[in-house]
Structure formats: C-alpha cells, structure tokens
Design a protein around this ligand. Structure first.
Ligand code: MLT
Length: 326
C-alpha cells in the first residue's frame, strides 16, 4: 500500500514539475514588455530605462512593444490575457491599474485580480502645462482664462483611462470647467502638438516634460505635489500657486499576467530592484523628475496594495466628475 502511495506521489510530483514553466532556467529567451501607449511618452521612457538594466540582470533582452489605444486599456488587456510564462510583462500605471475600472464599465481585466504585480518602477509627479503662447502668466490667470474661454480651449490627453485624462479630469472638476478634450495615443504625441501650439493645455507626468520646459517650448504652471521637484525647482506647487486642492501624483509599475510562477515574479522583481539601485539608471530617472520607490515600496505585495488603494481612490472622484468611456 505504502509503495503504491509513494509511486503515485512521485508521479504527481513529476507531473507538477513538468507542467510548471522552467522557472529555474528562466529566462531562456527575450522578454516582451508591453507599453500600452505610444512610443516617446512617459510610460515608454520609464519602461526603456528600467528595462535596459533589467535585461543585463536577467541575461535576456527586454523588448518594449507599444500597444496603444483606449487610454492604455487595449495593451493592458493584451497583457492580462498573455500566457503566464514570464515572457510577456507590461508597464502599467495609475491610469490603467487605478482609474480604468471607474471609466470602463466593461473593462476586460481587473487590475487587482488579473495580474501578478511585479513592482513599482517610478513615481511621476503631475504638472499643468500649456502651449508656449497660452495667454496666462501664472496658475491663477490660467484658471481664470480657462473658465472664461472653456468653449474655445482644448485639453489634450492620452485617452480615457490614461493618467493625463484622469488628472486633468480632477483639475477640470476643481476649476468647474468642461473644455474641449482631445484624445491621443499617448502623451508623447500630446507633447508634440503642445509644442506646435495645436492644443492648449494638458496634465502630464514630469518625465515627459522636463526638456521641453527647460528649453521654453511649453509653459508650465504648477506641479501637483506637496514639495517642488529638485529637477524643476522654479515650478511652484499647485498649493503655492493658489490651487491647493489639485494634489495628485502618478506612478508606473511592472505587471505580469495572473498565474505567472512566483519564482519568475521574484526574479523579475529582483531585476527591477537591482535596476532601481543602479547608479546610472537612478541618475536617468531622477534627471527626468521621477521619484524612485524606497525599499518598502518596491515589493510585489506593496504594488498589489497600491493598486487596490488607487482603484478605491479614483472610482468616487471619476464618478463624481461624471466621466466614463462609453
Ligand atoms: C504615456 O506614456 O503616454 C502616458 O502614460 C499616457 C498617460 O497615461 O497620460
């Protein structure tokens, strides 16, 4: 009898071992990192900086694939439904994994259930920016002008569910305005049109904006964090500039599909943590105004808790603003 039980257990162990992806040898080929927005925007920038160092640690290329559309939910759905073998991951953020459920009643994924959280890559403060010749010299004048001309000015964003859409929805609800809102496939293209003067203003992540602000190609009115950014020390906080209610910051983080082996998630998290401790990677992220997560904020569990808290935070704000994708 015992022999039969022992051989059955041995057989089961072989079955389980054979069915699990070869976590011990992982990765044995390049890894795809889906960025759910157009190339050149903040999420793409962070993915490429962090992915470059992760590739060194993992010994395999991390290949960014831009899958844009529907405010980042197209690419996020693709990632949620990918094979959980560790070879498809994604860079999501406060929009795709925080605001989206409130904006898409028929969202095809649950940010908290359909992913294996890997880790937080970067905090990204939000700035209010405008085209260079926008007729307001400071935030107070900006608010007054938008209120007086809401039928004529256009806000640009990266689609319903994006960080830019979500944060400017909050800004507009604070200002009590409903301007024209133009959707793009990412805030990379948004920035191009801001610089070209084709659209009037946007709420965007600092990593996308630093060089254009420093070169004077766009106007900046405020940063929506408690403290000023060391990267843009002359930009006032929204509190200093007279709009204290506009306090918001975004974040970008790596996710794998639900069901990815814990050993694989752990290897990806370890590679991410190593990237965030690498001097050159840190320098590049900090120069762009990112906030590098502290040790406690880097774990997969911390990211899971962040997603749950962000969905809980943004749902009432967005429902109060009366915006949904449909
Ligand atoms: C981007 O990378 O284009 C941005 O993350 C889009 C957004 O969420 O505003």
């Amino acid at each position: 009898m015992l022999k039969r039980v022992a051989s059955a257990l041995a057989g089961l162990a072989c079955l389980v071992a054979a069915s699990l992806p070869a976590a011990a040898e992982y990765p044995e080929r390049p890894i795809t990192m889906i960025v759910p927005f157009a190339a050149g925007g903040p999420t793409d920038i962070i993915a490429r900086i962090v992915g470059e160092h992760m590739a060194k640690t993992l010994g395999q290329a991390v290949v960014v694939e831009n899958v844009a559309g529907a405010g980042g939910t197209t690419g996020s759905t693709r990632a949620a439904q990918a094979k959980p073998d560790g070879y498809t991951i994604m860079m999501g953020h406060m929009g795709t994994h925080g605001a989206a459920p409130a904006l898409y009643p028929n969202l095809k994924y649950d940010p908290a259930k359909d992913f294996a959280p890997v880790g937080l890559a970067a905090g990204t403060p939000i700035l209010i920016v405008a085209k260079k010749d926008f007729p307001a010299k400071d935030l107070k004048e900006f608010v007054a002008y938008v209120k007086a001309n809401e039928g004529k000015v256009n806000e640009a964003h990266a689609g319903v569910g994006s960080v830019s859409f979500t944060t400017c929805t909050l800004l507009q609800s604070i200002m009590g305005t409903k301007t024209g809102r133009v959707a793009y496939r990412g805030t990379g293209p948004v920035l191009n049109d801001l610089v070209a003067g084709q659209v009037d203003f946007a709420c965007d992540q600092i990593v996308n904006l630093v060089s254009q602000i420093q070169s004077g190609n766009i106007k900046v009115y405020a940063i929506a964090t408690e403290q000023r950014s060391d990267t843009l020390p002359n930009v006032p906080t929204s509190k200093e500039a007279g709009l204290p209610e506009f306090q918001v910051s975004a974040w970008n983080a790596i996710f794998a599909p639900k069901g990815t082996a814990p050993e694989i998630v752990a290897k990806l998290n370890a590679a991410l943590v190593k990237a965030l401790d690498d001097e050159n990677t840190r320098k590049r992220l900090l120069e762009l105004g990112s906030v590098i997560p502290d040790t406690a904020g880097r774990s997969s569990d911390a990211l899971h808790k962040l997603v749950e808290s962000e969905v809980a935070r943004w749902t009432p704000v967005l429902k109060a603003a009366g915006v949904t994708a449909n």
